[in-house]
Design a protein around this ligand. Sequence first.
Ligand code: C2E
Ligand code: CA
Ligand code: CA
Length: 560
Amino acid sequence: MENVVSDFDQIDGILKVLSECTDEFLYIYDIKKNLFKITERAKDVFLFDDTNVYDADREILQYVYPEDRKLLADSLWDIVIGKTDKHNLEYRWLDKQGNPIWISCRGSVLYDQDGSARYLLGRISELGRRNKIDSITGLYRESSLRDDIIGMDQTKEIKGFLLLIGVDNLKDINEKYGKDAGDEILSYTSECVKESAKGIGKVYRMDGDEIMVLCESYDTMEGDPAKELYDDIRERVDEYILKSGYQIFYTISGGSVFFDKKSAGDIEMIEKAGFSLREAKRQGKNACVRYSQERYDEYLRKLDMQEELRKAINNNFDGFEMYYQPIVNIEKRCILGAEALIRWNNEKFGRVSPGAFIPLLEESGLIIPVGRWIIKTAMEQCKKWQAVIPEFRVNINLSFVQLNKSDVIKDIDNCMEQLNFKVENVLFEVTESGELESDNLMQNVFRSFKMRKLNLAIDDFGTGYSNLRYIKEMMFDLVKIDQSFIRNIKESRYDYMVVKQFTELAHSLNLKVCYEGVETNDDFECVLGLKPDYIQGFYFARPVPVAEFEANYLGRQCVL
Ligand code: C2E
Ligand code: CA
Ligand code: CA
């Protein structure tokens, strides 16, 4: 036996001297007599009372965070029965307020003459507090959630959930009221979550200012316990807002994911809760959404498609192609020009409709390079066709992202100059949308169009926010009435009247009117009496590739 000593006081004396030389806490544990002593300073930090020497079994365990008591007792038992002579454990003690503090405890055994374990000597450092607890909110850190999920015991029956809570529009709040207000809201929200989650689960502060609750068991047979927890948190938040006299108003959203024995331990649950929270925000915020596998698969597919789009763009716009759909001038009964409509054909996804991929381009900002390519490609094409029909006009769609976030006018100027293009040969279509940023910005953009005498159309008129002011202020030259009105025009008196009124209103303001979605002869006969200037629809022609357009429409300009 190497480490053989006998005197508790003697060792204690040495530890006292040594403890002056370190920030860590030194301890001695008399295994036989069940006594424990630790550096005096520990009493300032942890829950210990003022006694000098503690009864290890009874008292020490009281100062240990309840969930960790068994862990500690088991580890000490291994020493008592001689299974090991080293102690090395990370667990939690309680601080003066009763909050858990992570500690790292290491120690070595000293033996008695008879070879039995007599003392455990070692040090305790407060490393846990730094690692696992967020210093601002006092909540567990994200890393600790990962450990807890990985450590889930999948041999037992488990039924639990994760609920992720996020403050809606926190970025706007920070911008509008300052970072301090944002921090206060966050810290108050954490308090609400903590209160509501008491007895239900552990609370973690996630990177990115979100708060997660992990509940490892619930007993409700019916209903949604995560939603109930969310509702409870929301009530607390609402009380706070009420108390503040509506000085600050904010809402919270929640995303939940449930797990059982099989799915426990899977770190991907965190992603899934995050996905559900984003779904809640997408659906208008101030709500709680439960994880759905189908929606998640759809989302992954979208990410995948976005990646393919990115690759295609980097690969010189591989698979993108412009189609052209004739637009017919009703008075002259001939083709006035065409709308340029983008198509995308991809090896993995096949032919994808623009309704599916354009939103992805918009979300990722990729519509900006693609939009630039569309403007260039469509104008170059139009220039060629002007050799056959000098007044040929191409209609180009502009996305709100291009208008809000890029210098689209500069792109247009560049193309016009390079191609020596005349303004009357191009028209830009803009969908009326709530997503067009502030009126001011838009007015400025539209003014730049007008200063250059560029033609503008309001697309899908009647479906969006119908900002009549733009029309009143003569920002536009053409109104394209949305297909949804034309679709039912034969059956619906209402739709017929709306189209009639829109057309008259536009004409009275000197704007041209185009009807979209005229598909059949009946449609055509029905709308003719309403005197649209132009018609675009399958009745005359579908959007077609360049070669087909040249073969079928360019040579025979007059279609009626
Ligand atoms: P949009 O600008 O309203 O384009 C008209 C859409 O109606 C086209 O669909 C066209 O094929 C379709 N259409 C035309 N006539 C008829 C008809 O008689 N019946 C029916 N049922 N449909 C008809 P497409 O090409 O699938 O485009 C869908 C939307 O995608 C476009 O709606 C536009 O918002 C967007 N988009 C297409 N190409 C571009 C583009 O180059 N740039 C931008 N920013 N958006 C584009
Ligand atoms: Ca359009
Ligand atoms: Ca349209």
